[in-house]
Design a protein around this ligand. Structure first.
Ligand SMILES: CC(C)(COP(=O)(O)OP(=O)(O)OC[C@H]1O[C@@H](n2cnc3c(N)ncnc32)[C@H](O)[C@@H]1OP(=O)(O)O)[C@@H](O)C(=O)NCCC(=O)NCCS
Length: 156
């Protein structure tokens, strides 16, 4: 397994993984923009020539945000998301961010468990933030806002 920075040349592989791995995947245009954006960095977890996971980090003033993380269904529970998250925590820390932020659907138990295991705590909720899952009826869903402090670089 290796981690490699992704760019727009990986768009097809990222798109295929996003569609296979997530109910609310980003569209192709959004993914293309993310892979081209200087304020974002995307990292992929590869096994040989196969992209099995990716995660996107956004740089904000003083903080960084995890904008996406997805692992191929066939490769889950093998530590791949943990590996990507650990790498992004290191990148954010090295880049001088004070905290790593994220938001997640309140019903996304696997992701909530992942984030808690990797040191994220809940900061609050945005009620009715996400559209319902699926196309028929359903209620909008809360976003759980989470963050993890990062030791400030060079702060004695
Ligand atoms: C959430 C997701 C990224 C986890 O990827 P993964 O590679 O399977 O996660 P890991 O193997 O690194 O798991 C690390 C820890 O997360 C937690 N976890 C992961 N999947 C879990 C599940 N299905 N149920 C409960 N806990 C889970 C566990 O604590 C796990 O540690 P353990 O295996 O030692 O118990 C993956 O399920 C996924 O791609 N889901 C769809 C996309 C998504 O929801 N992304 C998050 C959007 S905010």
């Amino acid at each position: 397994m290796r981690l490699e920075r992704l760019d727009v040349s990986h768009l097809d592989a990222v798109m295929a993984l996003a569609e296979a791995g997530q109910a609310h995947a980003w569209g192709r245009a959004t993914l293309a923009q993310a892979l081209n954006d200087d304020t974002l960095e995307a990292w992929g977890a590869w096994r040989d020539a196969l992209l099995l996971g990716y995660a996107v980090l956004a740089w904000l003033p003083f903080e960084a945000e995890l904008q996406a993380i997805t692992v191929a269904p066939s490769a889950r529970r093998q530590g791949m998301a943990g590996m990507l998250l650990t790498h992004l925590v290191t990148r954010a820390h090295q880049g001088g961010a004070e905290r790593l932020l994220l938001e997640v659907r309140a019903s996304n138990a696997p992701a909530l468990a992942l984030y808690r295991q990797y040191g994220f705590d809940e900061d609050g909720r945005r009620h009715g933030y996400y559209p319902p899952v699926g196309t028929r009826g359903g209620k909008r869903e809360a976003a759980v806002l989470m963050s993890r402090p990062l030791a400030a670089r060079g702060d004695g």
